[in-house]
Design a binder for this molecule. Structure first.
Ligand code: MOS
Length: 746
């Protein structure tokens, strides 16, 4: 059998526009809540109005009597859920809130569900339930409960690590800092709120619901409902944003599915914006203490990073913020530690750059503070502490073009002209101007995925994997990879995805979707090419007959002898000679354990920020952001740049805008809407420049792809905070930084 070679790069590497773009802008793309099956009931749940206590009374009869209301489901009559909602059926699972009892554990927790013939009737029925509570004082701030130690590290429970001797590192330091940073609770606010349309047919279940992990979601639902995962069809063609909150099934979705089974009719539940603040995850608050020291040459002797992270009273998910300090800067000693604190809030969860976003914010500020204390330029300080191998483990990096990122970012920004002293730059309009920078860093994980490729007699192909497009452009980038794998032009390739009955596309999370699902698609195409090669070399009429010892290459719908463009055969001709109407191949992708063992794998980058601060009002504007990123092979520069920009804008949001504010009396979130939960708008985003530095990474995975989905937030938060210091001379160690922080410091 001939060797085959599939050239990577005829479709990949192109700035192809989104294949789903026209469907989206013309409204042809349907999202979960757009489905209205015959006979469908509408579900509306009642969110708890207190954060801690119990539900003492619900006006069930009043709700039931409302015209159109068909079911009122409370803890008292909640239908049986075959699976234990406290169990962990998948690697990423949480205990979920599904009316187990009348206890209220956070504001916004579902306490009853109403089904009705119309949305209006269900909404009114839910209102009529008029809950009365026995409330206890809520604990919503990090000081409101005693910290606890992480007993068993795992998903959501980051462990502690120590490299070297931190005490000796502290003692050896010529210059040191000890600073504590606070990050607030932040809530994912995807444009598409969580929604489900559930239909039962006996023990078969069909779900229209957005999911970042179709197979994993089906496994969780199968467990909860006591059915086979194969009996669930989950359709998730498009997500209007996920950001981690659509990776893991949540209480409201499960309640709606349960209600559909009870009612014997399809049920739709779509969360309101306000309901997005509570039961569907968030980025938990942290308080991080960083104690850093360096010697007289500015080399780190210790990074000591302790995180206190909020979680709920009934589940543990802690921001693994201290992990950010493990793999980035060379230091003779590194300690990263975590503690949790249980609060009356919904369970936090992964939110874009979980752990690293918060951790990088604190670490990059601390590095700036130490550079300042040591009298060294912040960029030079990072270069002096550049890690050539992973600190602690000594593993080589699979690739690391961070030096190039620093150089190219600094050059584009003009960093060399930065005055060392803060408060010395003014713009012509009298604003204080400051420049800051931060290192961007995010791990490059990979999940496992499978895919199928079908080549047809006309030379077109369908490639299939059950992944998801969250708006990031996966379906475009994946189609480019798939086309390369099977050796066809992009316009001859149809990508089918977003359906759980397709081969498992893995998890669209951890910035690993392109590498994971793309790897599987590429491999499935390669399987078809191998079969074609075997066929052609045995077909007397093929120009490739008898060339079984050669290496074949698939390109543009043809199979050729590698390096010999003159000798080749068309896919369609090979199939026709073999009398085949189609040829199917399968593929899979995952990372070999040996590679994970032997290499440290991360994306890297450098972000530079310019802010202008009004000296009288304290108002902060980010005038310029320049980010240079190295993330392995860039499959689609247009989409990668867009992802990185989105990440940097989120970093700006973290630095200056986003925070959920709890009313300390009720424990409710005061700004649970998009009017008052501030995120940047166009006017907040001025100069934004992204530079990508290509890396050839032979270890990270077969395709050399690292991922760009999350890294943009990291580095950016610190860069902006450091620029605010450089403009004003005031160090603000809590996020988001607001004008009050600057005015209070006067
Ligand atoms: Mo992400 S927070 O891995 O969707």
């Amino acid at each position: 059998m001939p060797d085959t070679l599939t050239r990577f790069g005829s479709n990949s590497g192109q700035p192809t526009t989104r294949r789903d773009g026209i469907a989206k802008v013309t409204g042809q793309a349907t999202f979960a809540a757009d489905n209205h099956p015959e006979g469908m009931l509408h579900a509306v749940y009642v969110p708890a109005g207190i954060a801690r206590g119990r539900v003492a009374h619900l006006e069930v009869e009043a709700a039931r009597a409302h015209p159109g209301v068909t079911h009122v489901i409370t803890p008292g009559n909640r239908p049986d859920l075959p699976g234990d909602p406290d169990a962990k059926p998948t690697r990423f699972s949480f205990r979920i809130e599904v009316l187990q009892d009348d206890t209220v554990r956070y504001a916004g927790q579902p306490i009853a569900l109403v089904l009705a013939e119309t949305l209006e009737a269900a909404t009114e029925g839910a209102r009529l339930l008029a809950p009365r509570y026995e409330a206890e004082p809520p604990r919503t701030g990090l000081d409101d409960n005693a910290p606890f130690a992480v007993e068993e590290p795992g998903f959501g429970a980051p462990g502690d690590t120590v490299h070297g001797d931190p005490e000796a590192g502290h003692a050896a330091a010529a210059t040191s800092i000890d600073a504590t940073y606070d990050t607030p609770p932040q809530y994912h606010n995807a444009m598409e709120s969580h929604a489900v349309v559930a239909q039962w047919d006996g023990d078969r279940l069909t779900l229209d619901t957005p999911s970042q992990a179709l197979a994993m979601s089906c496994a969780a639902y199968a467990h909860l409902f006591g059915i086979e995962a194969a009996d669930i069809t989950l359709r998730s063609p498009y997500l209007g944003g996920g950001f981690g909150s659509k990776a893991i099934p949540n209480g409201p979705m499960v309640l709606a599915i349960l209600a559909a089974r009870e009612a014997g009719r399809p049920v739709k539940l779509s969360l309101t914006r306000r309901q997005m603040f509570g039961p569907v995850g968030h980025r938990g608050a942290t308080r991080q203490r960083l104690r850093l020291g360096c010697d007289a040459d500015g080399r780190l002797t210790v990074i000591d990073h302790e995180t206190l992270a909020a979680t709920s009273t009934f589940e543990t998910f802690l921001e693994s913020a201290s992990n950010a300090s493990q793999g980035l800067y060379a230091s003779s000693a590194i300690r990263s530690a975590h503690q949790g604190v249980r609060l009356d809030v919904g369970t936090p969860g992964p939110m874009r750059a979980p752990g690293e976003a918060s951790g990088s914010a604190a670490l990059e500020c601390a590095m700036d503070e130490l550079a300042q204390a040591a009298g060294i330029d912040p960029l030079e300080f990072r270069l002096r502490n550049y890690a050539e191998t992973e600190p602690g483990t000594g593993k080589p990096y699979s690739s690391k073009a961070l030096r190039e990122c620093y150089a190219r970012g600094a050059e584009a920004f003009g960093w060399a002209d930065r005055p060392a002293r803060p408060g010395t730059m003014r713009s012509t309009d009298g604003k204080l101007v400051g420049w800051g920078m931060g290192t961007a860093f995010f791990p490059s994980p990979m999940f496992a995925a499978e895919a199928r490729a079908t080549l047809r007699a006309d030379g077109s192909a369908t490639l299939e994997t059950g992944g998801a497009d969250m708006g990031q452009g996966a379906w475009t980038a994946l189609a480019q990879i798939a086309a390369d794998g099977i050796g066809l032009p992009l316009d001859r390739v149809e990508l089918r995805s977003g359906l759980s009955t397709l081969p498992d596309g893995g998890v669209a999370g951890g910035s690993g979707h392109t590498a994971t699902a793309g790897g599987a698609l590429h491999s499935a195409g390669g399987d078809v090419v191998r079969q074609l090669s075997e066929l052609a070399s045995g077909q007397p009429d093929s120009p490739l007959f008898g060339a079984g010892n050669a290496t074949f290459e698939a390109r543009g719908g043809r199979l050729q002898i590698a390096g010999d463009d003159g000798r080749g055969d068309a896919f369609a001709d090979i199939l026709a000679r073999a009398g085949l109407s189609e040829l199917t191949g399968s593929g899979s992708a995952s990372r070999p354990d040996a590679d994970s063992r032997d290499y440290a794998m991360n994306s890297h980058g450098a972000v530079f920020a310019e802010v202008a601060v009004d000296p009288d009002l304290g108002q902060i504007r980010v005038r310029r952001l320049v980010g240079a990123f190295a993330a392995g092979r860039i499959v689609n520069p247009r989409l990668a740049e867009s992802q990185l920009m989105g990440g940097m804008i989120w970093g700006l949001s973290f630095a200056l805008h986003e925070a959920a504010v709890h009313d300390p009396r009720s424990g409710r979130i005061l700004n649970a809407d998009l009017a008052e939960y501030r995120v940047p708008v166009n006017a907040d985003v001025q100069g934004l420049e992204v530079i990508t530095v290509e890396e050839d990474d032979p270890h990270v995975n077969a395709l050399g792809i690292k991922g760009v989905g999350e890294i943009g937030i990291t580095g950016t938060v610190g860069a902006i905070a450091n620029a605010v210091w450089h403009a004003t001379g005031t160090r603000v160690r809590r996020f988001p930084i607001g004008l009050a922080d600057l005015l209070a410091a006067e």
